[in-house]
Design a protein around this ligand. Structure first.
Ligand code: RP5
Length: 163
């Protein structure tokens, strides 16, 4: 079973991480959830990242808000793919979280999903793992087919209502 690390900078980020967990469960991906802060527990963040591959993780998801340095810091110590979920902050409508996640210097990329887009982080992790695990790729094909089906149904229903 592939394993994904789901980190959040604070327990206050948990509501955003919940859809990530649901998404990983949907694709039958094993996961470990941790509260680890780039600022408040940097030594733990560094050690987690340095040992992540040896501990069997294949993708790391990091949710953080405000000066959201968690994903960037984790990416500094590993070659595993790192996905950032910028968490909405009150002061700048999440722009602070978004920019501090996505604006990484060259050589140290972080794949950043939309603000509060916890579910997309899980789906993106599944897509990365789908390259290696055909059963995940198959589940993703079904998932995308259902998305398309819903759009077609919505289109039909709306047009039925309007006529
Ligand atoms: C960040 O600061 C966390 O990721 C969280 O989004 C934000 C606020 O944290 P708390 O003050 O609620 O613990 O580090």
């Amino acid at each position: 079973m592939p394993k994904v690390a789901v980190l959040m900078g604070s327990k206050s980020d948990f509501s955003i991480v919940q859809p990530t967990i649901e998404s990983l469960k949907h694709f039958k991906i094993d996961y470990e959830v941790r509260v680890i802060s780039a600022h408040r527990s940097p030594d733990i963040a560094r050690a987690f990242s340095m040992n992540a591959q040896a501990n069997g993780f294949e993708v790391i998801i990091c949710a953080a808000g405000k000066a959201a340095h968690l994903a960037g810091m984790i990416a500094a110590y590993t070659t595993l793919p790192v996905i950032a979920v910028p968490v909405l902050s009150a002061a700048f409508d999440g722009l602070d979280s978004l920019l501090s996640s996505v604006q990484m210097p060259s050589g140290v990329p972080v794949a950043t999903v939309a603000v509060n887009a916890g579910e997309n982080a899980g789906i993106l992790a599944a897509q990365i793992l789908g390259i290696k695990y055909p059963q995940i790729a198959n589940m993703l094909s079904d998932f995308k087919a259902k998305l398309k089906e819903k759009v077609i149904n919505d289109d039909l229903m709306l047009n039925t209502e309007l006529t």
